[in-house]
Design a protein around this ligand. Structure first.
Ligand SMILES: *Cc1c(COP(=O)(O)O)cnc(C)c1O
Length: 388
């Protein structure tokens, strides 16, 4: 039912699509008696890897955990530099610090909010070990171009695909052929396990090491030990973490993954209708779809343009909130947060700062109706043009 025609308006910015199938899947896990990492996690890893054309997948507790393990497996260490966008959820930059390396903030393309070869290149130094490209809000970054620039110099291109399950680039799923990509199943993303993440990899050696690191560095899983009757003994070859996903989460993830195409199709339809409705509004620039790929429309943002110079973004958010619309400020800029107070910027980040101060994220969720969307667009235009 439309939130607009159904009584008091309450349109959240996002709402996961969860139903009876997920509930049944969880009940089956509960009844099985094996609730921690086990057969469901293994099945989810296999299914997810197949879906994104990855050779290997290692399920973990979050995309943040996946990013941490990804960088640990690459042996990044103090003194190493990793180029990242500041314009991202703060976990992108934080994970570089978890391994003692230094995040170096690059600016983004204003139309896609992604790193480009132009924004990355000036920051490459002799210490640059990797570029961590984010597929921001599901819009694919041009990883192919970044790899062509970086790999001849021995610089790795790694992917923060937290938002990007179901996005495509160059005719293949985002993550296909990635050296390493981190995925999120937080409810704010397109499919969810409550909390949860996945690390996909192209190499069996790094995948084995990642699987060990997510369980204390243990070389045999609890499930394998159980299956062996408890006679086999594991070993702990290096310092690891506890980043295990549960079978309860994986059971939900398997159902959600089965719905991914349907969810992405609906989100893309909503995004393209927003684009059509906002096409002639000179005060707004909508997130662009790049020429080489398609977004899963994890988030749909608009940025106030110079034609809306007089408009206060936060006042627009306030006015939408008064009408029951849960729009959100645009993507955060990590370098403006107190946790990065001591961080020295090497270049100015004008596109990043313009986005974070002037963009708004509009509601997109599976059950969002055309009537809901018309209501949001009318409220947005009223707010920008000072109508009540
Ligand atoms: C959400 C998000 C993360 C973190 O995901 P979690 O699963 O919550 O840890 C990391 N990077 C980006 C770009 C994100 O959007």
């Amino acid at each position: 039912m439309s939130a607009v025609t159904g009584g008091r308006v309450s349109l959240p910015v996002a709402r996961p699509l969860l139903g009876d199938e997920e509930a049944v899947a969880v009940q089956e896990v509960l009844a099985s008696g094996w609730v921690a990492q086990g057969p469901r996690v293994a099945a989810f890893e296999t299914a997810f890897a197949a879906k994104v054309n990855a050779a290997h997948a290692v399920a973990v507790t979050s995309a943040t955990a996946a990013l941490h393990v990804m960088l640990a497996v690459e042996n990044l260490r103090p003194g190493d530099e990793v180029i990242v966008p500041s314009l991202s959820f703060i976990a992108t930059a934080n994970c570089v610090r978890y391994v003692g390396a230094t995040p170096v903030f690059a600016d983004v393309d204003p139309a896609t909010a992604n790193l480009t070869t132009d924004t990355v290149e000036p920051l490459i130094t002799g210490k640059t070990r990797a570029v961590l490209a984010v597929h921001q809000c599901g819009v694919p970054a041009d990883v192919r171009a970044l790899r062509a620039m970086c790999e001849p110099h021995g610089i790795l291109v790694l992917e923060d695909a937290a938002c990007a399950a179901g996005s495509q680039a160059y005719g293949a799923p985002v993550g296909a052929d990635a050296r390493a990509a981190a995925w999120s199943f937080h409810p704010r993303k397109v499919i969810t396990t409550g909390e949860g993440g996945m690390l996909t990899l192209d190499d069996p050696g790094r995948a084995r090491r990642a699987a060990a690191l997510r369980q204390h560095g243990m070389t045999m899983s609890a499930f394998d030990r159980h299956a062996s009757g408890g006679v086999a003994r594991e070993s702990y070859d290096e310092l690891g973490f506890n980043y295990r996903m549960t079978d309860l989460q994986a059971a939900v993830g398997l159902v959600q993954l089965g719905r991914l195409d349907e969810i992405v199709a609906r989100r893309r339809a909503i995004a393209s209708r927003y684009r059509a409705l906002l096409a002639d509004i000179t005060e707004l620039m909508a997130v662009a779809e790049p020429s080489y790929g398609t977004s899963n429309a994890q988030s749909f943002w608009v940025q106030l343009t110079p034609a809306a110079e007089h408009v206060d973004r936060d006042a627009v958010l306030g006015s939408l909130a008064e009408r029951g619309i849960g729009a959100r400020p645009g993507i955060m800029a990590s370098h403006l947060e107190p946790a990065y107070r001591d961080h020295r910027l090497r270049v100015a980040l004008p596109a990043t700062e313009a986005h974070t101060r002037r963009a708004l994220i509009l509601p997109v969720f599976h059950e969002f109706t055309d009537a809901d969307q018309d209501y949001v667009v009318t409220a947005l235009l009223d707010a920008i043009r000072g109508r009540r």
